[in-house]
Design a protein around this ligand. Sequence first.
Ligand SMILES: [Zn+2]
Length: 171
Amino acid sequence: MALVIRGFPPDYTRAVRQALSLITSRLTHPPGPIPGDLLTEVRAIISGRRPTVDLVYGGDQGVCAVPYSRSAGYRVLLCKRTFMPANDGHPRLPAVLFHELIHIARGWEMDAEAFENAWFSPAEGARPPTRGDWTTFKQQDYQGWWVHMDPQTRRVTDYADRYILTFPAPQ
Ligand SMILES: [Zn+2]
């Protein structure tokens, strides 16, 4: 694999591998439309036809004091809270990791949020966009790299005009 998993406690390493196998099976049988180049890109990140991507454990201090995860360049930082049971009793890991892989594939916030919520359930860690995400959407003119949203209806479509999902109204 082109993914290098570094610095996690052993049980978290297992959790990361399980999340990657769930993501891989979803990429094998896409639950909905996805632009072909995005699908190719995320598959390549996981299966090895890309430069190395580091998955690094961030603990719960410093940059991990608040967020679940962060990505930059070819590096994904997964914070401790991503592995802890959330309110519904399930860790957010699978959906959070998928979200960050979309960023690694050049996706903007709208792309990452759209496919996180269209492809993963709340029990798999998906969460609707936060207030902060909505601010980012507006700043980016309701565009992603592959998708865009009608701010009136919150309906997200891809560049081929295929329906992806409709976001709930911001809380
Ligand atoms: Zn993001």
